[in-house]
Design a protein. Sequence first.
Length: 280
Amino acid sequence: MPTIDPTSTIDPLAEVADDVEIGPYCIIRGKVRIGAGTRLVSHVQLKGPLTLGERNLIYPFACLGFAPQTRRTTPDDESGCTVIGDDNIFRESVTIHRSTGHHPTTVGHRNYMMVNSHLGHDVVMGNDCTLANDALIAGHVEIADRVMIGGNGCVHQFCRIGRLAMISGLAAVVKDLPPFCTVIDLRRVSALNLVGLRRAGYQQNIDNLRKAFSIIFRQGHTNPHIVSLLERDFKHDPLCVEMTQFIASTKRGITPYGSSDDIDNVRGKSSREDDDRDND
């Protein structure tokens, strides 16, 4: 039987695995399914339809599965749902809103959402992502695997964030951010995410990605011409192919490149050479 504190309220419609731990003052309403090994520390609110996988850890005042923040949604609207995978950590006051339609707001596996971070309605987030405190993700955003978003980082609605991309604290994007790229200033790409690439074991791809990065951001080509150049020169490199496919499928356009002077002023550096330093 699950361990449930007597101060918590569990809807009869909820399905709770036998070894789940539900701490004090939690409220679970509607069709909520909680997988094995999951722990609700205290004061957690879950609203169905919600599927929560195994071994998730949820800290106080997190609210998962509530209605979208749209003017078209009424308090009585029960449409949409939320699906969350396994081994995620949701720290204090995390909010994840359910979808507006049949496709669920989706969170994959092994993600870490820190205090006050937010996923809006219809977001699809992959695996092994980290959202630092107060990271804000608007509705309909797609986040690929191993993305890092710093504190107070923001993503505009309908944007896509490619795999192993990084958005620095206090930065924001309003267009698609290609895989393996870093944003350190407001709405501008600064460099490749070299630290992330090395940690992921992609050292052998970095030289090709540097050349692809130059074609994408520094040479002033249109997106169709960028795609043709990348397809011609880097079809043998799977990471470059991933970037090519991302750019070919963009609908909002690609986050632009920031000038060297602008980026150096933000960082307080006199040279772009430090962009390539591995601080691991």
